[in-house]
Design a protein around this ligand. Structure first.
Ligand code: PEP
Ligand code: MG
Length: 584
């Protein structure tokens, strides 16, 4: 059986079915309307106490940030508009509190379920979770009891709420399987933080598995096996042992320097979208934030965030990161990322259109407001500013002028900011790569955006799955461009990083180390694995391998070559790669 793997890892154990038969809420007419309202109020109070207790317990288990979910659940119970809607229903229809609450919350749940944005849509489950808690209190039904779980239990449920998930004892539960849920549901987020392998979206799984059945759950592939045979058990036990060994080894990388065996130091940083992602970056020992995609704080809202609102978000990240560098990329909307309040005309080719710095230079007010917010936040940490999608020298110079204007305004207003902030650009358009020798004289650093650099170099829309065979980070054309960018940066005396997905690719990390890349910025879960790779390399040995990829004919040849050299010591594999002696 295959579902959606939302938290990686392998769990092998006995099924523990959580029977959360849907509660049968019956409509009753009541005479004592006031009595019913009192019952409702007291159930709300009990629910708030329970949630507060859950919050306190969760701080140690999940950390302050994730425990906040229970605080936000508690706040839902303080929503006066919602409470009076339920009370009015009780009064107007003379019905029992649980039915009135059920009906009112369903209106909101349905409303959220219709929202296009996946994250907001999944908040419907939060409303259901909180309201079911109150309904259970009203009906005298107790919540799911996880206390008598055996060791090596695999929880199988129709649905797991965040409150269920947070109560789970990690020492006993080795995996979770549910019928509903998505990647960004809070239960999935909590499962990932707790490191519990989890598969969601397996229809009718609670009917197919019986209590006590032996189950294998692969949270990466989404595979679930019920009562596996000996061969399957052997295979997955083996896979799990290897994973455990790797993970233990990787946790040992925390605190170690990211330096090759022959002393070449690199920086391994994290890509983030909002301040919420910083915890994960720190847990994985990120040495900085190499890409803060600031557009995420502009998305999913009706109006543009004000200067103050932006300032608060940038400040939050800077404070959390202490003196570690934080590279804030200025607004990169357009292409596949749009916001309702900035008018982007319909275009034939949005990725070749009014996007990122082009849009900011056409909406100077938007740009200057963001720059002012970043400058104001600069006194709270080690910020660097990065401009996206630079394709000409003029764009860079115009942007720097606007930055200077923002600085002059703040100086006039007597507002403090750091004056020595490093300014960098993303190199993600071939024209910028080609004139990177000139651009390097105007900035403090480069960061190579391979996601876009591939699409513009190969003339392949990065969203077009039909052309994915052409969209490859192994193409020698891309690698040649990257080598040129790194050399041009170094010749001009500036440092160069990479923040596209290729930066976290285990096969390419050695190549980029060999080329002399200074900084790698990636998704947080890839950082420790990357450090392990870096620490086991010798830059001198790798230089030749990096160089040889530049002479290869196509992406496949490069990829196979790198798989053989770095991942597979098997001689036959080396032969199959037809490396023709290039590996020496
Ligand atoms: C890139 O293009 O490589 C990059 C990091 O930017 P984005 O993916 O946000 O376009
Ligand atoms: Mg980009």
């Amino acid at each position: 059986m295959k579902g959606l793997g939302v938290s990686p890892g392998i769990g092998i154990g006995k099924a523990f079915i959580i029977d959360k038969r849907s509660i049968n809420i019956i409509k009753n007419y009541v005479n004592d309307v006031e009595g019913e309202i009192d019952r409702l109020k007291s159930a709300f109070e009990t629910a708030k106490e329970q949630l507060n207790e859950l919050y306190n317990k969760s701080i140690d288990k999940l950390g302050e940030k994730e425990a906040q979910i229970f605080k936000s659940h508690e706040m839902m119970l303080e929503d006066d508009t919602f409470i009076s809607e339920v009370e009015n229903r009780i009064k107007d229809e003379k019905i029992n509190a649980e039915f009135a609450l059920h009906e009112t919350s369903n209106v909101y749940i349905e409303m959220f379920q219709k929202i296009e944005d996946e994250y907001l849509r999944e908040r419907a489950e939060d409303i259901r979770d909180v309201m079911n808690r109150v309904i259970r209190i009203l009906m005298g039904i107790f919540s799911v009891d996880f206390s008598d779980l055996d060791e090596n239990s695999i929880i199988v449920a129709k649905d797991l709420t965040p409150s269920d998930t947070a109560q789970i004892d990690r020492t006993k539960v080795v995996a979770m399987i549910t019928e509903v849920g998505g990647k960004t549901s809070h239960a999935a987020i909590i499962a990932r933080i707790m490191g519990i392998p989890t598969v969601v979206g397996l229809n009718d799984i609670t009917d197919k598995i019986k209590d006590g059945d032996m189950v294998i759950c692969d949270g990466k592939t989404g595979k679930v096996l019920i009562n596996p045979n000996k061969k399957q058990l052997f295979y997955y036990n083996n896979k799990k042992n290897i994973e455990d060994e790797i993970n233990n080894e990787l946790r040992n990388q925390i605190g170690l320097p990211s330096v090759t065996k022959d002393g070449f130091a690199v920086s391994l940083s994290a890509n983030i979208g909002t301040p919420n992602d910083v915890d994960m970056a720190l847990q994985n020992d990120a040495e900085g934030i190499g890409l803060f995609r600031s557009e995420f704080i502009f998305m999913n809202r009706e109006r543009q965030p004000t200067e103050d609102e932006q300032f608060e978000q940038y400040k939050e990240v800077l404070v959390m990161m202490g003196d570690k560098p934080v590279i804030i990329r200025t607004l990169d909307i357009g292409g596949d990322k749009n916001v309702p309040y900035i008018d982007i005309p319909k275009e034939m080719n949005p990725f070749l259109g009014y996007r990122a710095i082009r849009l900011c230079l056409g909406n100077v007010e938007v740009f200057r407001t963001q720059l002012r917010a970043i400058l104001r936040a600069s006194v709270y940490g080690n910020v660097k500013i990065m401009l996206p999608m630079i394709s000409t020298m003029k764009e860079l110079k115009d942007s720097k002028k606007i930055l200077q204007q923002a600085k002059d305004e703040l100086t006039k207003e007597g507002i403090k900011f750091k004056d020595d902030i490093e300014i960098g650009i993303m190199i993600e358009i071939p024209s910028a790569a080609i004139i990177s020798d000139l651009l390097a004289k105007e900035v403090d650093f480069f960061s190579i955006g391979t996601n876009d650099l591939i699409q513009y170099t190969m003339a392949v829309d990065r969203m077009n799955s039909k052309l994915s065979h052409l969209y490859s980070q192994y193409h020698p054309a891309l690698l040649r461009l990257i080598k040129g960018i790194i050399d041009n940066a170094h010749n001009a005396g500036i440092w160069v990083g990479m923040c596209g997905e290729a930066a976290g690719d285990p096969k390419l990390i050695p190549v980029f180390v060999g080329m002399g890349l200074d900084e790698f910025s990636m998704n947080s879960p890839s950082i420790l694995r990357s450090r392990y790779i870096v620490r086991n390399l010798s830059k001198k040995d790798i230089e030749l391998i990096a160089k040889s990829t530049l002479d290869m004919e196509n992406a496949l040849e490069v990829e196979e070559y790198l798989s053989c050299v770095f991942a597979d010591e098997n001689e036959n594999c080396l032969k199959r790669c037809k490396i023709r002696g290039k590996q020496e």
